[in-house]
Write a protein that binds this ligand. Structure first.
Ligand SMILES: C[S@@+](CC[C@H](N)C(=O)[O-])C[C@H]1O[C@@H](n2cnc3c(N)ncnc32)[C@H](O)[C@@H]1O
Length: 505
């Protein structure tokens, strides 16, 4: 018998072919490939006689259909299955109806009572009203299973949606987090959820409320990470870093979490490890970062980084984002240095661990006028450490640091553009060897690996850098003494770090 999920995969491919990526992005629509749906369905653990499934943002229904197929294939299959699917896109609703009908047939043939309901309405509004507490609250139905691939879309700060969510006590900046949060509220106690979403919620300030809310309501049991950036939704061309997670609605936390990682959809060859809960969510971490230590290499990075305990402020160092925003400062920018201008530094000026300026071949401006209009954007020349905020796909490392050495560039003032973060001391430069040592540390494989545990996106936020721990000032200065006018090659950087900081303590 052809599996329904495989048939739906053909529908997905044909829909992807007939509607444009742009159209689908508008409503945050990316259909789940059958292989991923099949994997997600296997993650549910509890056996129940009565199953009530919710699939918010159901698309063609591939997720609940695959779950039903999986539940039915079990030795002790359910006696009754009810599905509630929310969807707002009229293009997919006929397919969704068809899927519900096919599920009905499959259940009937197995003697399982089935009911399926499609709600063609905004899930957010519906779920908010169904989970409202208070005098007129309706005691609505709760679900045993939730399976979802919610829409991924930023929620505009001014929008009615944001206000609606805010009134319901949900502060999130992306639709996917709102979907997951509300879905969790709609679960019955001990209900289970499996979701696939971007992994951006695992760290970063914007998702703090979501993380803490989710982790307080749920017992997180399994996280699956896609190693390759492209492969999860490969044929839909979505460059998202996704995770799949499985959690149970209860407050008690498990001793361990299962962490698995696969290269794309090759789930059979997933690397799986059991990791103590407190290694994934560190006890006492008010930000509740979720550390995805997916391989031994990564957990060894966690361990090695544990020997560095100095917070940035103890080093007398701060990190900020470059204040020159191109579109605001446009009229003060010059292609090349000119009378009355000072150097302006972009990521294109990074070379071999140092800032090389000017770069004549770049399309970017090299200089900014120094005037009363720009004075708040400029800094006194000195030794700074710069980090690219966005690493390009070709770059091997996510964290790329370079030293701004005033002796190589000169000038009494400088501008750092908004695509770089810079380390400084109260807006001024750092001691030369401290800057060089810090750049060496940031350019090490160890730091890069550790950073990836935190960060699923290619962006390197100043907040993340502030949160890291660093070697002591003495250690950094020792590291700096190895750096002259070039950063040593990667192997040498890693050896120096090991020799100076890990062997000597
Ligand atoms: C990422 S797609 C996933 C579709 C399907 N669950 C799957 O896995 O293939 C999210 C779906 O949510 C739907 N959607 C977007 N906003 C919605 C809303 N406010 N309420 C209900 N559905 C919504 C989109 O039309 C889209 O089909």
């Amino acid at each position: 018998m052809v599996q329904l999920s495989n048939t739906l995969d053909d529908v997905r491919k044909s829909l992807n072919g007939t509607t444009s990526r742009q159209e689908r992005s508008k409503i945050g629509q990316f259909f789940t490939p059958a292989k991923i749906a099949q994997y997600m369905a296997t993650l549910f653990q509890q056996e129940r006689r009565e199953v009530r499934i919710i699939d918010p943002g159901a698309g063609t229904g591939v997720l609940f259909a695959t779950l039903i197929e999986t539940l039915i294939a079990k030795k002790h299959h359910p006696h009754s299955i009810k599905v509630t699917a929310y969807e707002i896109d009229n293009v997919v609703i006929p397919y969704l109806k068809e899927t519900v009908e096919r599920c009905r047939m499959i259940c009937m043939s197995e003697g399982i009572s089935f009911s399926g309901e499609i709600r063609c309405e905004n899930f957010i509004a519906a779920a908010v009203s169904q989970t409202e507490e208070g005098l007129f609250a309706v005691n609505n139905e709760r679900f045993t299973h939730a399976i979802l691939n919610p829409p991924y879309k930023k929620i505009n700060g001014e929008s009615a949606m944001r206000q609606l969510l805010y009134n319901a006590g949900i502060e999130v900046s992306n639709l996917y987090a709102a979907f997951v949060w509300l879905t969790v509220r709609l679960l019955e106690p001990s209900g289970e959820i499996v979701a696939i979403t971007p992994r951006s919620f695992c760290n970063g300030p914007y998702f703090r409320r979501f993380r803490t809310g989710l982790l307080s309501m749920m017992s997180l049991r399994h996280i699956h990470v896609f190693e390759s950036r492209k492969k999860a939704f490969g044929d839909d061309n979505v460059l998202q870093e996704n995770v799949i997670y499985y959690a149970i609605k209860k407050k008690e936390k498990p001793g361990n979490i299962l962490l698995s990682v696969s290269d794309g959809t090759d789930f059979d060859n997933s690397m799986v490890r059991t990791v103590p809960y407190e290694q994934i969510i560190l006890p006492g971490d008010r930000d509740a970062f979720i550390h995805l230590t997916v391989s031994d290499e990564y957990s060894s990075a966690m361990e090695r980084m544990g020997s560095f305990t100095t917070p940035l402020d103890k080093l007398g160092v701060e990190v900020s984002t470059g204040p020159v925003v191109e579109f605001r400062a446009r009229k003060y920018l010059h292609k090349l240095s000119d009378k009355g201008t000072v150097p302006l530094i972009y990521p294109c000026h990074f070379k071999d661990g140092f800032i090389r300026w000017p770069i004549e071949s770049t399309k970017k401006p090299n200089a900014i006028e120094a005037s009363p209009h720009t004075k708040d954007m400029l800094l006194k020349a000195g030794y700074y450490v710069l980090i690219k905020r966005f690493s390009s796909k070709e770059e091997r490392r996510r964290v790329v640091a370079a030293v701004y050495d005033p002796n190589l560039i000169g000038d009494s003032l400088i501008g750092f553009e908004n695509h770089v973060n810079y380390f400084h001391n109260k807006g001024k430069g750092l001691a030369p060897n401290l800057a060089k040592g810090l750049a060496l540390f940031l350019n090490s494989t160890l730091f890069d690996r550790y950073f990836r545990i935190f960060s699923g996106h290619t962006q390197v936020n100043a907040t993340d850098l502030r949160k890291m721990r660093y070697p002591t000032r003495d250690q950094l200065i020792r590291l700096g003494s190895y750096v002259k006018h070039h950063m040593p090659d990667q192997k040498t950087v890693d050896l120096i770090l090991k020799k100076e900081c890990e062997n000597n303590g």
